[in-house]
Design a binder for this molecule. Structure first.
Ligand SMILES: Cc1cc2nc3c(=O)[nH]c(=O)nc-3n(C[C@H](O)[C@H](O)[C@H](O)COP(=O)(O)OP(=O)(O)OC[C@H]3O[C@@H](n4cnc5c(N)ncnc54)[C@H](O)[C@@H]3O)c2cc1C
Ligand SMILES: NC(=O)c1ccc[n+]([C@@H]2O[C@H](COP(=O)([O-])OP(=O)(O)OC[C@H]3O[C@@H](n4cnc5c(N)ncnc54)[C@H](O)[C@@H]3O)[C@@H](O)[C@H]2O)c1
Length: 467
């Protein structure tokens, strides 16, 4: 029996953040698309990532230790399930088939540079888009194989009370899950080999660190984990603080939040002539792999692992595939947010990168939440907005920490991508009382010296003569 053969214009492998965007966008323009998914539609973000973690954080924020642990976790589990169920229809097979996409449920594997095999079906597309995402990276810690470990793939389903959760890794997942579990009633120990949130502004990270410690999370940084052991029904860890003695911590559960690895093993990429490096599939600025008919986007390319990064790549790729326009994906300016309380966010270049590029011309402009009426009214006076201004007042980057810092980051991301200057950030009207006034206030400080400048004072004096 010959295998069924499909010959779409575009075959997308992986129905997560990146793949779904490409499939929906291409189908909207009437382009024949085949979408291949071996697991749950929606990928990591919907099922085991952004959505369950943010839903859990929302319940944790409203309860903040005010409910019994069993009740708190039950509420969180219900809200996680309800949130996923509310979003799932948008990512479902039915919706995509309704858009005209042919959805194949199964694992894709390349047979040759032009053919993907999915079960009994062969797909020979003009272009392939690999969007197969990432999986938790398991570090080589002795003894890890002897205990049961949790990852984001197992933590939320079932979402159950953990008496004492030990978390290895103080990146976004580690910090968000430490706070969420603590607020739902778990005892939490967070161990990080470096410092918490190593890519974020150190002063801002300190605010997050202090919040975690105040709420009762035991935070251990600069530690080297030496061994993991079984202990009764739980786990025990041996670790060493830089230069110190070996210490031990025991808990009921162990969560690994130690970064990601790209997922492509099942694809047989060598058969397709697609090269990989340690972080993922090798792509050029147009997201083209070493096989010119095959593109790759999202976590599998090893760039910054965010849903909005996969979405941004998908939009650019659509422009390229549908309209043949030249595109170049530049991850540098990408915003990111860790949804702790306080939230911590970043836009554009880091201060270090700004200084590397523009030297002494860079000015740091700060506005503090304690100076903002809305923040005071909300009882959230801890936080700050830092803008990095270059020559002529151009916005080069920003770091933010505090209530709703992520929403302010969206405003600044628009300003950054529109190449705005401090003049523009001063020239808009921020409704009163909003946190967005913080952005204006920080930008205004760029002109703080103006009243003292002889030239400006002279001009004002001159203009006064005219009544
Ligand atoms: C706990 C957690 C919280 C997160 N929170 C945020 C957040 O708040 N904000 C944010 O921006 N990002 C967040 N992320 C990151 C975000 O989830 C990812 O960056 C995003 O999902 C990547 O999208 P993707 O399309 O590359 O891959 P995915 O969404 O993972 O999709 C890949 C899909 O490919 C399928 N697949 C793999 N191999 C094959 C194959 N051979 N054949 C067929 N199908 C295949 C998989 O089953 C999967 O469905 C979070 C991640 C985690 C783990
Ligand atoms: N709010 C968000 O946007 C959000 C939330 C969660 C996850 N994510 C994404 O999901 C991905 C995974 O997040 P993550 O937090 O696992 O990865 P990460 O790379 O952000 O952080 C991993 C942390 O683990 C530490 N680590 C690694 N090995 C260790 C070891 N042996 N001992 C001690 N510490 C160790 C690292 O120093 C690092 O700080 C990232 O791509 C992230 O962008 C995003």
């Amino acid at each position: 029996m010959t295998q069924p053969l499909l010959t779409p214009d575009i075959c997308v492998i992986g129905a997560g953040s990146g793949g779904l965007s490409v499939a929906a966008g291409a189908a909207a323009f009437g382009v024949p698309v085949v979408l291949v998914e071996r697991g749950a539609m929606g990928g990591d973000c919907l099922n085991t990532g952004c959505v369950p973690s943010k839903a859990m954080l929302s319940v944790a924020r409203s309860l903040r230790g005010r409910a019994r642990m069993s009740e708190a976790f039950q509420q969180a589990a219900d809200h996680v399930a309800a949130t996923i169920a509310a979003i799932a229809p948008h990512d479902s097979v039915e919706r995509f088939e309704g858009l005209g996409v042919t959805v194949l449920k199964g694992e894709g594997r390349f047979a040759d540079p032009r053919t993907l095999v999915v079960g009994e079906t062969q797909v020979r597309a003009r272009r392939f888009v690999i969007a197969t995402g990432s999986a938790p990276r398991i570090p080589p810690i002795p003894g890890l194989e002897t205990v049961e470990v949790l990852t984001n793939e197992t933590l939320f389903s079932p979402l159950i009370p953990r008496e004492h959760l030990i978390i290895i890794g103080g990146g976004s997942i580690g910090v968000e899950m430490a706070q969420a579990h603590r607020r739902l009633g778990s005892k939490v120990t967070l161990l990080e080999g470096n410092r918490l949130l190593p890519r974020d502004d150190p002063q801002h990270v300190d605010l997050v660190r202090q919040a975690l410690i105040r709420e009762g999370v035991r935070v251990l940084e600069d530690v080297e984990i030496q061994r993991v052991m079984r202990q009764g029904g739980g786990v025990s860890l041996e670790f060493r603080k830089a230069g110190g003695d070996v210490s031990r911590v025991g808990g009921t559960d162990l969560l690994l939040a130690t970064g990601r690895r790209p997922v492509f093993d099942a694809l047989d990429l060598p058969a397709a002539g697609v090269e990989t490096h340690a972080r993922g599939i090798v792509v050029d600025g147009a997201m083209r792999t070493t096989n010119r008919r095959i593109h790759a986007i999202g976590d599998v390319t090893g760039g910054p692992g965010f849903t909005h990064a996969a979405g941004a790549q998908a939009s650019l790729l659509l422009r390229n595939l549908l309209f043949r326009l030249p595109v170049r994906y530049a991850p540098e300016g990408l915003p990111w947010v860790t949804y702790s309380s306080p939230e911590i966010a970043h836009v554009g270049f880091s201060l270090e990168e700004c200084r590397r590029r523009h030297g002494e011309a860079v000015r740091v402009l700060v506005a503090r939440y304690e100076e903002n009426d809305r923040a005071l009214a909300e009882g959230a006076d801890a936080g700050s907005v830092k803008l990095y201004a270059g020559r002529g007042g151009r916005l080069l980057g920003a770091d933010l920490v505090g209530l709703q810092a992520g929403e302010l980051a969206a405003l600044l991301s628009l300003a950054w991508s529109s190449k705005m200057k401090m003049r523009d950030l001063v020239g808009f009207v921020a409704p009163y009382p909003t946190l967005s006034e913080l952005v204006r206030r920080a930008a205004l400080s760029y002109y703080a010296d103006a009243p003292r400048k002889p030239l400006v004072r002279g001009l004002v004096r001159f203009l006064r003569r005219f009544g």
